[in-house]
Design a protein around this ligand. Structure first.
Ligand code: MN
Length: 149
């Protein structure tokens, strides 16, 4: 399997199970923000800056959640989510669109394609955290979401 363009964040001595998140985002600043948010929630992270191997990585690592940009080099997030939802090994994994495409028509098109939820850029970190906590629920260390309630 070609995992070029993917890397897995270093583990920091977890004493509880850490959910694994796959983030696909081609903008470095956005990826940094996602990395910061997820690590503060105690998640483990696989980052990709293009979508070429997203399906393979998702099948192999079975992440608890996928955060996906729509406008990407190569396949768009819309195409990728269609593959993910058609493939039995990945169809149950929640996929959230994180995108600057914010019009009602685009939102509709994104949700119709199979995304489980949607957040538009720019977003507040608190909103992304709340969305992740809602989707992951009990898989997160309860203390991670403590501040949000
Ligand atoms: Mn993009």
């Amino acid at each position: 399997m070609d995992l070029a363009g993917s890397y897995i964040s270093e583990e920091k001595k977890p004493n509880y199970p850490q959910p694994l998140i796959l983030a696909v985002e081609d903008n470095d600043d956005n990826l940094l923000l996602i990395t910061y948010t997820l690590e503060s929630l105690g998640c483990k992270l696989i980052c990709q800056t293009d979508s070429f191997s997203t399906l393979l990585v998702a099948k192999e690592y079975q992440p608890d959640l996928i955060l996906m940009d729509i406008l990407l080099p190569g396949l768009s997030g819309i195409d990728v989510v269609r593959y993910l939802k058609k493939e039995p090994l990945t169809s149950e994994i929640p996929v959230i669109a994180v995108t600057a495409l914010a019009s009602p028509e685009e939102r509709e098109r994104i949700l119709m394609a199979g995304f489980d939820d949607y957040i538009s850029k720019p977003y507040m970190i608190e909103d992304l955290e709340a969305l992740i906590c809602r989707v992951l629920g009990k898989k997160l260390n309860p203390q991670s979401c403590f501040d949000l309630h």
